[in-house]
Design a protein around this ligand. Structure first.
Ligand SMILES: [Zn+2]
Length: 334
């Protein structure tokens, strides 16, 4: 008789056959496919969570391989969400897995989290977390906040009746105020640890059990874990007043340098005219232009571009936003 692939977790009183069935009926949405995302996805898919969606805008870079455990050297240059989908399907063909190459914004976050049993934060920035918080509070979907930079991690499950992220952090930090893996680096054991804790909380939520109530702050280097009591803020803009200002924002960010990468992302205000195959034809006169996985890669002597179907472009080889905008106007247009 074929042994059940989940037998070792069914043996656990914390999960058991009933808990396993609940995992199989659940849908987990993972926002981000970097270090936290790849580790979390592996746990979710191996555990047999029925449906798993991962959304990420980025492509695999050599500097990601230190900590992003689903990728290898052959994946460099390909969209992370697509590579993750392929690898995860090989790990567990019972799970419905979808990788979406998308830049998460107010325009798509509600659609992404719709129908989720739980949403897992695996982003690298507070802007996206505030969007996730707005969308999940609005639609009564539990989610788990998680962050990892340097040797320090943070984690907090957000459930409908408990405090939300904005009860704890009322306002967005100023740009440059928080450390990023770009400015301080990251030890690769940290995201694996934070993802373990995050997915464990997600397992509890998927089984209808109470997750941890506190905000956890940990230091992987010192081996220190702290639990901080957090309370619902009766004046919270999001969960008390239900003013979802991040979802209502109509402003698109034009350009930003990417965390941990020598690259700038440009999001044009308008969609790409003519589509990627037309653009490939134009650019192939100027250098090497390849279209694969719905992504156009262009390189010439001094330029390296990755263009997505919506016109979003990653300009590699610079962190200078003005220079990247110039390259964008020259090759893609305004
Ligand atoms: Zn709140």
């Amino acid at each position: 008789m074929k042994e059940n692939r989940y037998s070792r977790q069914i043996l656990l009183p914390e999960i058991g056959p009933g808990g396993q069935k609940k995992l199989e009926k659940s849908r987990a949405v993972v926002i981000g496919c970097g270090a936290l995302g790849t580790n979390a996805l592996s746990f979710l898919v191996r555990a047999g969570v029925g449906q798993v969606l991962v959304a990420d805008r980025d492509i695999v870079d050599l500097s990601n391989l230190q900590r992003q455990t689903l990728f290898s050297e052959r994946d460099v240059g390909r969209p992370k969400a697509k590579v993750a989908e392929e690898i995860l399907k090989e790990i567990n063909s019972d799970v419905e897995i979808e990788g979406r190459v998308v830049d998460i914004s107010f325009a798509n976050i509600e659609k992404l989290v719709k129908g989720a049993t739980v949403v897992l934060d695996a982003t690298d920035n507070m802007d996206t977390r505030f969007l996730v918080n707005d969308a999940c509070v609005k639609h009564t979907i539990p989610w788990v906040y998680a962050g990892a930079v340097g040797v320090t991690g943070m984690l907090m499950p957000v459930v409908p009746k408990g405090p939300c992220l904005r009860c704890v952090f009322p306002a967005l930090p100023q740009p440059g105020q928080l450390p990023t893996c770009d400015t301080v680096g990251i030890v690769n054991t940290l995201p694996a640890l934070v993802a373990s804790l995050e997915v464990t909380e997600a397992f509890k939520i998927m089984q209808g059990k109470e997750p941890m109530k506190e905000l956890m702050v940990l230091d992987v280097w010192l081996g220190e874990f702290q639990k901080i009591n957090v309370k619902k803020n009766p004046a919270c803009q999001t969960c008390a007043k239900r003013d979802f200002k991040y979802l209502d924002a109509r402003e698109r960010k034009f350009a930003a340098s990417l965390c941990g990468r020598n690259a700038v992302q440009i999001v044009p205000a308008r969609e790409l005219q003519g589509g990627l195959s037309d653009l490939r034809k134009q650019l192939s006169r100027l250098g090497d232009a390849k279209l694969a996985d719905g992504v156009l890669r262009f390189s010439s002597r001094d330029v390296d571009l990755t263009v997505f179907a919506d016109g979003r472009t990653i300009v590699a080889g610079t962190t200078d936003i003005a220079k990247a905008k110039t390259v964008f106007s020259k090759y893609i247009g305004d």
